[in-house]
Design a protein around this ligand. Structure first.
Ligand code: NAG
Ligand code: NAG
Ligand code: NAG
Ligand code: NAG
Ligand code: NAG
Ligand code: NAG
Ligand code: NAG
Ligand code: NAG
Ligand code: NAG
Ligand code: NAG
Ligand code: NAG
Length: 866
């Protein structure tokens, strides 16, 4: 009784020592000092004034001692409100602090080790803070810590050489070290095994190795959430996993696991989320998976699972909301009349060998928001109930089937943000679209009629209608789509002028209007935002002089104006303004005058096609051509759109007759085509130094003189066309050094003497190579070099269709990585698209570089967390 009285007295006494304003002065000063080291553009700390610091935003004091116990400076989910600067050690004055949340700010300093002295901390959140450097071992002093969130700080610039400090955190319930580069020598599993209270462990993309071994004793059996995605598994699933019977959430995606899923999985009866995406599980899906009693989310996509999934498997599931079986070796066969007993929100059955009939059994999933039936063999019509039943769909991917029929009269009532119907056989007019739409891909169908945009599409960022039969004009309302970054209307019958507002305050990166009936001028505003990478206007009727707005297009990578009615001289500023251009195609126009010497400054140029114009004069030095290794350029700067399959730049190049295969990794061909112009003078010697050039076409000009000997140094040359010029003299023997040469045309010149032989030239034995040179002799021509010798006929059964052959080269184009970083908010929904994500994570490190992968991973996770 006395005891109680005493303590009550003490409490009252303590309460009285609290200043009436409810804040300890020293702590107030510490907070002010903290604020002084922080730059706060959004003025979030504006309430941090006056004496009572306990009332300041984000500050909470103990109601008896008046000491600060909680400091929450987490920035709301909005980049504009982030705090910048550094974390001042004055924080240490808050010695009773139990809760510290600095997440989602932008500190960009190294991780402060003094945090390890805030001994009373129970909650520490530094996630998304851009802090860098080593994780301080001093954190091991925080023995009261229950929540430690160090995830997604500054990808791969934060590292931990050892996890020994972890074992002191006996109360730890939550540990997130995603994207912290954990040195595996530290043996993460041993450290984790010393944390008996741990309930959530998140080590996404932290470079750890997951071994399949068992453990002598498993102490972390409290674990409920385990995320080891984007790490390296050495083999099969680890045996200790099956002892974690409280597990509810298991994410082992992108780990290269092999083998099968053992039956023990069915021991983990609390599992509600199982994510095994992108591994190599080589077997049937065990029944145990389907019978997990509370399973709500199952992702088995991109594995090597085999067998047939039927309504029997699906019927086991009672709680399932999300199912992804895409891209396995599975066959999904469910009778059309089957009615599900559960209600899915997300179903992804891409590449699941669905039969030709539309899978009408999905009708029962009336709450679907995400439906992916891409890459199957559906050759039916979309049933009439579909659009109404699934009006809440946000993502719909039916691409790559043979689906027929028309769209409904309007799609405006739908909630769609991603619609991909590309590579099907849809026909009829386009339907008015919902305002929510971010991505629309209707490419490669038989759509006709004009583009319908009754309401501005304010959210759209990707709009592809290429390869249809669309007519009419480009509606002016497209200029209101300020988030548009990919506009691909190529290969249609669109006519009229391009709206002059296109590009104004828009962020268009890729504009492809090729192969239509467009005319007039190209809008001046296209490069207003200085973000444009690709402008393709080929095969239209545009006219006028070389567009002067291009002077602002400093970021342009591809400019293709082929086959229009442009005329006049090429401006000098091409060589300076289009500094980063890699493909410049101005062929089949009426450009005249000389090539400006400045063109020779373009160091990234890989394809220069000026053929079929009226250009004249001699050729300026192009010695810089492709000087800077484009591979390097792409690796560093370019995020391959190619990989996502969203945009493919293709062009017709006049080159050797054989089919050239450009695989996705060979990047771009290197070619110069100056054919069919009025160039004069000798063939310049600089060509001999273009070691990377694969295709050189100078035919149909007035070049005179001899072939320079050093052309034999162009060691990558595969195709050389010098036909129809006024060249003379002997064909240099040095050309026999061109070991990759597989197409050669010397016809219709005045060459004389014996045709050189040896090496590669021996294989180019078609006489038409040399035809029209009356003074040439020797094989393969049927003309002997010496009048006394007998003529030997070289049989010729090759069929040469013409002097020049045309082939399709598929070239792929990428975008600058900076774009993803800067505009991830815009294209965030792309991350939903698994092919997009696959791109990143499926790629080898050296293709895009580790950093890019981690950034993408970072974005992917960010998105997933939403
Ligand atoms: C003081 O705060 C604790 C929680 O921190 C609360 O449970 C208690 O009711 C509060 N006491 C008073 C007097 O406000
Ligand atoms: C840490 O903060 C981030 C937001 O900045 C939040 O998403 C995350 O859940 C927090 N971690 C914990 C353990 O509360
Ligand atoms: C805190 O941790 C560091 C590093 O582990 C250690 O050197 C130091 O003695 C610890 N301090 C206290 C007060 O425990
Ligand atoms: C697991 O816990 C037991 C009992 O607390 C302890 O003796 C053992 O060392 C722990 N095992 C590991 C690997 O830390
Ligand atoms: C794992 O669980 C099994 C029973 O499911 C048990 O026999 C085994 O001893 C456990 N292993 C460890 C290391 O605790
Ligand atoms: C899966 O296995 C194949 C060969 O069996 C291999 O080429 C591929 O890289 C593996 N994929 C992963 C994600 O481990
Ligand atoms: C797909 O499964 C069949 C057996 O069902 C097997 O023969 C084939 O090799 C598998 N294909 C791949 C790519 O694993
Ligand atoms: C356009 O579609 C036709 C018919 O589907 C196809 O043959 C052609 O290859 C497609 N062209 C392009 C560039 O995709
Ligand atoms: C051109 O490329 C260089 C090197 O890749 C890059 O640093 C620069 O930012 C690019 N310039 C523009 C305007 O895109
Ligand atoms: C639409 O689907 C096709 C085929 O599956 C794919 O190549 C393309 O990238 C998708 N388009 C978009 C914009 O995601
Ligand atoms: C005539 O041809 C033979 C070989 O066929 C050759 O050896 C000889 O030198 C030639 N004579 C003249 C004058 O060119």
């Amino acid at each position: 009784m006395r005891h109680l009285l005493l303590s009550t007295f003490l409490i009252i006494l303590c309460a009285q020592t609290v200043p009436t304003n409810g804040c300890i002065d020293g702590e107030r000063r510490a907070l002010i000092s903290l604020k002084r080291h922080i730059f706060d553009p959004a003025n979030r700390l504006s309430s941090w004034k006056g004496r009572n610091c306990c009332k300041w935003q984000g500050v909470e004091c103990h109601n008896i001692t008046g000491r600060v116990v909680k400091l929450n400076l987490r920035s709301p989910n909005n980049f504009d409100s982030a705090l910048f600067g550094e974390i001042s050690p004055s924080l240490l004055q808050l010695r009773d602090l139990m809760y510290l949340d600095l997440s989602s700010n932008d500190f960009h300093t190294s991780l402060p080790s003094f945090l390890g002295s805030l001994k009373n901390l129970q909650y520490l959140n530094l996630s998304h803070t851009y802090l860098t450097g080593a994780i301080p071992q001093h954190l091991g002093n925080l023995s009261n810590l229950e929540y430690l969130d160090l995830g997604y700080m500054n990808p791969y610039t934060v590292y931990a050489d050892s996890l020994n400090w972890l074992m002191h955190l006996k109360s730890l319930k939550y540990l997130d070290m995603s994207l912290v580069d954990i040195n595996d020598g530290s043996n993460w599993l041993d450290a984790v095994n010393k944390l008996p209270s741990l309930e959530q462990l998140l080590l996404c993309g932290s470079g750890i190795t997951i071994r399949s071994n068992s453990l002598p004793h498993i102490n972390f059996t409290s674990l409920k959430v385990l995320d080891l995605s984007f790490n390296n598994a050495l083999n099969t699933l680890p045996l200790w996993l099956w002892n974690l019977t409280k597990l509810t959430h298991l994410d082992l995606s992108y780990c290269s696991f092999k083998g099968s899923i053992p039956h023990e999985l069915s021991n983990l009866r609390s599992l509600n989320t199982v994510l095994l995406e992108d591994n190599n599980f080589t077997d049937v899906v065990p029944v145990g998976v389907w019978t997990l009693p509370v399973l709500t989310k199952l992702d088995l996509s991109n594995n090597l699972f085999e067998g047939v999934i039927s309504e029997i498997e699906l019927s086991y599931m009672k709680k399932l909301k999300e199912l992804d079986l895409s891209a396995n070796n599975l066959t999904v066969r469910v009778p059309k009349e089957w009615t599900p007993t559960f209600n899915l929100l997300v179903i992804k059955l891409g590449s699941c060998r669905l039969s030709r009939e539309f899978p009408s059994w999905i009708k029962g999933f009336t709450e679907l928001t995400y439906l992916d039936l891409s890459n199957n063999e559906i050759s039916d019509k979309v049933p009439s109930w579909f659009w109404n039943t699934f009006r809440n769909l946000q993502n719909l991917d039916l691409s790559n089937n043979q689906i027929q029929g028309r769209l409904p009269v309007s799609l405006e009532f739908m909630a769609l943000s991603y619609l991909n119907l590309s590579f099907n056989q849809f026909e009829g007019p386009l339907a008015p679209l919902p305002e929510s739409l971010g991505t629309l891909d209707l490419a490669n169908n038989f759509f006709s009629g004009s583009i319908q945009i009754p309401n501005p599409l304010l959210n759209i960022h990707t709009l592809r209608l290429s390869n249809n039969s669309i007519v009419g004009t480009i509606p002016v309302s497209i200029c209101k789509s300020q988030n548009l970054f990919l506009l691909d209307l190529a290969n249609n019958n669109i006519s009229g002028e391009v709206p002059s507002c296109l590009g104004r305050s828009q962020i268009i990166r890729i504009l492809d209007l090729g192969s239509n009936n467009l005319s007039g001028h190209i809008p001046d505003s296209l490069c207003d935002t200085e973000l444009t990478r690709v402008i393709r206007m080929s095969n239209n009727h545009f006219d006028g002089t070389f567009p002067s707005f291009l002077k602002q297009c400093r970021t342009l990578v591809i400019l293709d104006l082929k086959q229009n009615n442009f005329k006049g001289r090429l401006p000098d500023w091409i060589g300076e303004s289009l500094n980063n251009v890699t493909i410049l195609n101005l062929s089949n126009n009426m450009f005249s005058g000389p090539i400006p010497t400045q063109l020779g400054q373009l160091q990234y140029l890989q394809v220069l096609d000026l053929s079929h114009n009226n250009l004249s004069g001699s050729i300026p030095s192009l010695a810089n051509f492709s000087n800077l290794s484009p591979e390097l350029y792409y690796e560093k700067e370019v995020m391959s759109y190619e990989m996502s399959g969203m945009y493919m730049y293709y062009m017709v190049l006049v080159t050797k007759s054989e089919e050239l295969q450009f695989s996705k990794t060979s990047l771009l061909v290197k070619s110069i085509d100056l054919s069919a112009n009025n160039f004069v003078g000798e063939i310049p010697e600089f060509f001999g130094n273009l070691f990377k050039l694969q295709n050189l076409n100078l035919s149909g000009n007035h070049f005179i003189g001899k072939i320079p000997n050093n052309l034999g140094n162009m060691k990558s040359l595969e195709s050389l066309d010098l036909s129809i010029n006024d060249l003379f003299g002997k064909i240099p023997q040095a050309l026999s050094k061109l070991t990759f040469l597989s197409y050669l045309n010397m016809s219709y010149n005045n060459f004389s003497g014996k045709i050189p032989t040896g090496s590669q030239l021996q294989t180019l034995n078609n006489p038409t190579v040399y035809i029209g040179n009356p003074y040439l002799c020797g094989p393969p021509l049927p003309i002997a070099c010496f009048s006394n010798s007998t003529y030997t006929h070289h049989s010729d059964n090759e069929n040469e269709g013409g002097l020049l052959s045309v082939e399709w080269l598929w070239l792929y184009i990428g975008l600058l990585l900076g774009f993803v970083i800067g505009f991830w908010a815009v294209c965030g929904s792309l991350l939903l698209n698994r092919s997009w994500r696959y791109v990143y994570f499926g790629m080898t490190d050296n293709l895009l570089g580790r950093f890019n992968i981690t950034v993408a991973l970072f974005l992917a996770k960010l998105f997933r967390k939403k």
